[in-house]
Design a protein around this ligand. Structure first.
Ligand SMILES: [Zn+2]
Length: 273
């Protein structure tokens, strides 16, 4: 197995073109997957394969994820200066059909409502685009799952340090049980309370910043208690049967590839392995 997990950010809307608009990129990529015979499958299929709980044929399969949990994951918006943007869910609905019977995207959201409100004001346009009222509907669509992208991303816009004087702006600072409980446990609890009877099962490291404490100690020890079965980074390589479930690699749109041709090359490389 050499399976690519791809990551998009719905907040990336700097222009109309593929390289600076993740909505345009996702729509084009979905069309390409069907054209080239690649099948989008749920992330859970990959972790079940890694855990030996399933033996599906995952050749020419890939997984879709998106990070940060803006409303643009779910609904169409009029983006200031950039016009109407199709939400990621709409892009999936447009691509759904017989060639993509298992179409799915794992949506990694930030839990803390105060942190989201602050990011909406300081990093977006102050249009209340980091709400949570769409989470249950996203899950109900059958095309998305809501997953955990930490309590507050340890984001630099947060006022003051985190637990144990944790410096902001770097998730590798989450290097103690108290800091991990603040960023991960409390986020999982918050999300599960809003998603019930559904639950989140996966964690994505903010900025892709995993560290040895989280990967080799905290999540292997506490993941089962939290109901988590994997954590995802951004190493830019395919998942293989040797991948560490607490640090699964992903490719990021706009970073690891910036054109349909570059993504096609990544897919070809995964298939060659
Ligand atoms: Zn993020």
């Amino acid at each position: 197995m050499r399976l690519p997990i791809l990551t998009y950010h719905a907040g990336n809307v700097a222009g109309p073109g593929y390289a600076d608009n993740d909505h345009r990129a996702l729509a084009e990529d979905l069309a390409m997957f069907s054209r080239l015979g690649w099948r989008v499958v749920p992330l859970a299929w990959v972790t079940e394969q890694l855990a030996g709980q399933a033996k599906r044929d995952l050749s020419r399969c890939l997984v879709l994820t998106c990070d940060d949990g803006t409303d643009l994951d779910f609904r169409d918006v009029d983006y200031p200066g950039q016009g109407r943007q199709r939400g990621f869910l709409g892009c999936l609905q447009d691509a759904a059909g017989s060639q993509q019977p298992d179409l799915h995207m794992s949506v990694f959201v930030i839990a803390d409502p105060k942190a989201r409100a602050r990011m909406d004001r300081e990093c977006l346009h102050g249009l209340d685009w980091m709400r949570e009222d769409w989470w249950a509907s996203a899950v109900g669509s059958g095309l998305m799952a809501i997953e955990c992208h930490s309590w507050d991303h340890n984001h630099p816009v947060m006022p003051g340090p985190g637990p144990e004087a944790m410096p902001r702006g770097d998730f590798s600072e989450v290097n103690s049980p108290a800091r991990a409980a603040f960023e991960i446990d409390q986020a999982v609890d918050y999300l599960n309370a809003r998603l019930a009877p559904s639950r989140c099962r996966f964690f994505a490291y903010p900025y892709g910043q995993a560290n040895p404490f989280l990967v080799t100690r905290y999540l292997p020890g506490e993941g089962a208690r939290l109901g988590l079965s994997a954590a995802l980074g951004v190493q830019g390589e395919p998942v293989t049967l040797a991948s560490d479930p607490w640090h699964l690699p992903r490719y990021v749109c706009g970073w690891h590839w910036r054109s349909p041709e570059a993504l096609a090359a990544i897919l070809a490389d995964c298939e060659r392995g």
